[in-house]
Design a protein around this ligand. Structure first.
Ligand code: IPT
Length: 952
């Protein structure tokens, strides 16, 4: 039974790929398995060794510059993450049925290889449905015209997703850890817990197995167990490791500072008894549902939140596989956004900003991430145990049954600071927690060669460097800390820096250190145990100055720089790859005599009393950006003119569609029915006038933020807002985006031909999180059109995106005339265009300019395009940097005024072209944007220009 299903799936995969046996599949047969992935109820294991998976979610499709993928991966790794979680967006790769692209910015093979090079595992999530606020939730819009309920085992849908999986699975399979690559877990579907179809869920897994996927299969459930119709823990469709998504702070960023975990418990539930607890998506930011701006989302899910909820989750759930959504959000460039939830930026208020800058939240992840890494040996196998108590504080604990290490969560649930005493193992430890703070404390722990009895400072990391242990502990600035270590013989204790009281009890062997967390105290302990210890006692801020990296010669610990990307130690030289945002000290703890940074020796380096090397580093050079001037302007929208030749446009004449939404008038004008899925769509309706026409009555669905503009016989009649997402309670809302436009007297003459021209902004497609076709198949474009008083029928033609750009892809461009004519592209010759005026008429106007950059080499400068002042009502701007559509600006779209221009698309050393399509609902004054520096650090990764056509 099982075998035959697998065999069938294999046959179908091969049929779908159009190859008898793909070269990838043939090659793998000769590959020897490299690693084995197993698991039990405590944790995953790699070759029998327990591992703690610490992942951050990353969407390659939201960063269209593959060299910069490495920047993000290195930054995640530097925060202590050992994995990234990756959605693969079907729609991003497939503009048409049967057409798939995995090159350039879509080269996921390169992405998986890169993750491996950087030293990160990957959790791959190829859907087919991914949600993720991406257009269609990852479903290509062409799927709307394929019969059969999506996310079910209906034949039409089945054939479609098998086509996708036949493409993506072999790429993933090649990169599994079992073949020496990065893929550790394979996640099927996404929050698939309502309207479920077990046969479909099973088929996804059978296809994966047939494609050679042999790592454990997971899924992610959300967020409230009460809503689950299946947990996929047993029976048909069961996965090996079901995970849970938790978003304790929800998504209303206007609530920043006002809410504290109102949504669910925020604690990951155990779904299967025989597999580890997996926090598949733990909230690491938020979508900006109510246009508060992403700074507010970062505040909603800021350092306080991150100190409290993830730590609580760790101890209360016992999860040993964790992923934060998002680690880096990125950009909804082109028409990638699912418009009802997001606009161009998908910054997400994440720890790494859209402009790739590190935030305070990043530093909090780093403090926790380093700890998880250091303690993984004990933390990957724990059971609940009785917690020590502290009056006024909430405690919980876990214990490792083998080595007896205890992990104690101490939380202050209130808003006021609490000072109390933690009674732990016969010790009375003073402990102070500010409001809404949490600590994870460790006791009975082998800290390298040291024995940590107990304490109230959190461990950030401990490393063994050159035969000596270095432990970095920390606590909130100004709070008391105690650390108790045990030594068989009285050790020598030297306080190198700061104020630390020490006492040794020969009866117990306990060395007790009491101090107040302030700056960075340094204590040398030697002669008591197998190895000397350098104890570093910091605050949140001074602990965050540290970075760690592994080298073939053991770990190195670095204080200073703004990012340690990697390190090597050879011939006595510790060679760092590091970024600096300002000139400053660098202190290196390594088995080395000298330091180099980014290939340059640090001549100033001297040995310190702590045994480290201390030198100084230069900061970045000043960056000069040119002013944007010399704009040229050209009027567009010839489609509005009656004499425009639309004879090559597609005739819109269908009278049925698969959408549950019924057209308001016939024929069906839904743009997807005619193969136009992306951005602007034009309609031209011809009829013979009666002379008695009074009004044009239209209706359009665009998704949130969209609109449409109307002309009759070349005369502009006005605009209306497009309809938004269907209400699931009212799926057949007959009047989603109405617009009624009076026909001016004398415009139409009886018996003469008349032309109605309509430009509709389709903002992106609905997702399918309810797994019913209702939402996802909702149309885009006109859904009704009639002329009141007309006697003759209207014949309609439609035009959208022209030829698909081979590099920028099917989601970069819509069907504006200028887009079809190549005006957005860098090589377009605009010399015949007039100098720009500040004003534009209603309709579409293009503006273009060029600028030359010469940014400092060996320096990572993040540049953005800034529009000053609040986004305007009455017009919207779609802009293209070197042909790449990188943003949409306007009051109807969102609060965004800064748009990131990623290096690779931005030519840091050369000429750049900027084009803007202005769509105005009335005469408007357009303010042109300027270039701004968002951040600049010496260092960075090498970035090459992403190749793409210069002209049509
Ligand atoms: C969760 C989705 O799985 C993920 O794709 C994304 O949409 C995220 O939400 C929000 O950004 S599920 C949601 C109901 C919490």
């Amino acid at each position: 039974m099982k075998f035959s299903r697998v065999l069938l799936a294999l046959v179908l995969v091969m049929a779908g790929s159009g190859l008898a046996a793909s070269p990838a599949a043939a090659a793998t047969e000769h590959k020897v398995p490299k690693h084995k992935v197993t698991y039990d109820k405590y944790s995953l294991m790699l070759d029998g060794r327990r591992i703690l998976v610490q992942a951050a979610e990353f969407h390659y499709f939201r960063l269209p510059s593959p060299d910069l993928w490495r920047d993000i991966l290195e930054k995640e790794k530097a925060a202590g993450f050992n994995a990234i979680s990756l959605y693969f967006d079907w729609a991003f790769h497939s503009p048409k049925p049967g057409v798939y692209d995995f090159t350039g910015v879509r080269d996921v093979d390169r992405l998986l290889r890169m993750a491996d090079e950087v030293g990160l595992w990957t959790i791959v999530r190829p859907g087919p449905y991914i949600n993720a606020e991406t257009s269609g939730g990852g479903f290509p819009a062409w799927l709307k015209t394929v019969p059969g309920r999506a996310r079910s085992s209906a034949p039409g849908y089945t054939a479609a997703y098998r086509e996708w999986l036949a493409q993506i699975n072999p790429i993933i399979a090649e990169h599994q850890v079992t073949r020496g690559g990065s893929v550790l877990l394979y996640n099927v579907e996404n929050e698939y817990a309502v309207n479920t179809d077990a046969a479909y869920m099973q088929d996804l897994q059978d296809l994966a197995r047939a494609a050679g996927i042999d790592v454990p299969i997971t899924t992610n459930l959300c967020c409230d167990a009460a809503d689950w119709s299946s947990t996929w823990a047993s029976g048909l469709g069961a996965v090996q490791i079901p995970g849970v998504d938790d978003y304790p702070q929800s998504f209303d960023c206007t609530n920043a500072g006002k809410v504290w975990g109102p949504w669910g418990t925020g604690i990951t539930e155990r779904v299967r008894e025989d597999s580890p607890v997996y926090a598949a998506e733990y909230q690491g930011g938020a979508i900006d549902l109510n246009n508060a701006g992403y700074d507010k989302c970062r505040e909603l899910t800021g350092v306080d939140y991150t100190r409290y909820f993830p730590k609580s989750n760790l101890i209360l759930s016992g999860a040993t596989a964790l992923s934060y959504y998002m680690g880096y959000g990125g950009t909804n460039w082109g028409w990638l956004a699912q418009p009802n939830d997001v606009y161009t930026s998908y910054d997400y208020g994440a720890a790494i900003t859209e402009a790739r800058q590190l935030t305070d939240k990043y530093q909090e992840y780093k403090r926790q991430g380093y700890f998880l890494r250091a303690a993984a040996g004990s933390l990957t196998k724990t059971d609940v145990t009785t917690a020590p108590t502290a009056e006024g504080l909430n405690t919980a604990a876990r214990i490792n049954p083998d080595d007896q290490t205890q992990f104690v969560l101490v939380r202050n649930e209130g808003v006021d600071q609490v000072s109390s005493t933690l009674n732990w193992g016969g010790h009375a430890l003073p402990v102070t927690l500010p409001g809404h703070d949490a600590k994870v404390l460790v006791g009975g722990y082998r800290m390298g060669g040291q024995h940590l009895v107990t304490g109230t400072s959190e461990i950030m990391t401990h490393e063994t460097v050159a035969g000596r242990d270095i432990a970095l502990l920390y606590g909130r600035d100004g709070t008391a800390g105690t650390t108790i270590l045990r030594y068989p013989a009285r050790p020598r204790v030297t306080v190198l820096d700061g104020k630390v009281r020490t006492s040794y009890d020969p009866a117990t062997g306990d060395l007790r250190l009491d101090y107040t967390h302030q700056g960075l105290a340094r204590v040398l302990v030697s002669g008591g145990g197998p190895r000397p210890l350098l104890l570093l006692l910091g605050t949140d801020a001074t602990a965050a100055q540290f970075w760690r990296a592994d080298t073939a010669a053991g770990p190195v610990l670095v204080r200073g720089t703004d990012l340690l990307r990697s390190a090597t130690v050879s011939r006595g030289v510790a060679a760092l790859r590091a970024d600096t945002a300002a000139a400053g000290p660098v202190e290196v703890f390594a088995d080395a005599r000298a330091i180099s940074v980014n290939g340059s020796p640090v001549a100033t380096a001297r040995r310190t009393a702590s045994g480290s090397l201390l030198g100084s580093l230069p900061g970045p050079r000043a960056v000069h950006l040119p002013a944007l001037s010399g704009w040229r302007q050209h009027a567009e929208a010839p489609e509005a003119a009656p004499g425009f030749d639309d004879s090559r446009w597609t005739v819109a004449g269908k009278d049925t569609s698969l959408s549950l939404f019924q057209p308001v008038t016939l024929p069906v004008l839904f743009s997807d029915e005619y193969g136009f899925h992306t951005g602007s769509v034009w309609y031209r309706g011809r009829f013979t006038a009666s002379g008695g026409e009074t009004a044009v009555s239209l209706n359009a669905i665009t998704g949130k933020r969209g609109n449409y503009l109307v002309w009759l016989n070349g005369q502009y009649l006005g605009s209306a807002a497009g309809g938004v997402e269907l209400d699931s309670e009212e799926p057949r809302n007959p009047n989603p985006g109405p617009g009624r436009f009076t026909v001016p007297a004398g415009l139409l003459e009886a018996g003469k031909p008349a032309v109605l021209s309509v430009l509709v902004q389709n903002m992106g497609h609905n997702d399918d999180w309810t797994a019913d076709d209702n939402r996802f198949r909702q149309p885009r474009g006109l859904v009704g059109g009639l002329v009141e008083g007309a006697t003759a029928p209207i014949t309609w033609r439609i035009q959208g995106t022209g030829r698909i750009d081979p590099a920028r892809g099917g989601m970069n461009n819509g069907g504006l005339y200028g887009e079809r004519a190549g005006w957005s592209l860098p090589g377009f010759d605009d010399r015949a265009w007039a100098r720009a005026a500040a004003t534009v008429p209603a309709g579409v106007t293009w503006l273009r300019t060029g600028f030359r950059l010469d940014l400092p080499k060996g320096q990572d400068t993040s540049v953005a395009l800034r529009f000053d002042g609040p986004p305007p009502a009455g017009h919207r701007v779609i802009f293209y940097l070197n042909g790449w559509q990188l943003g949409q600006y306007g009051a109807d779209i969102g609060p965004q005024t800064d748009f990131v221009l990623p290096a690779g698309l931005l030519r840091e050393d050369g000429r750049n072209a900027l084009a803007m399509a202005v769509i105005a609902t009335g005469p408007a004054t357009v303010s042109t944007p300027r270039l701004v520096v968002v951040g600049s650090q010496r260092g960075g990764v090498p970035v090459r220009t992403v190749p793409a056509p210069e002209r049509l």
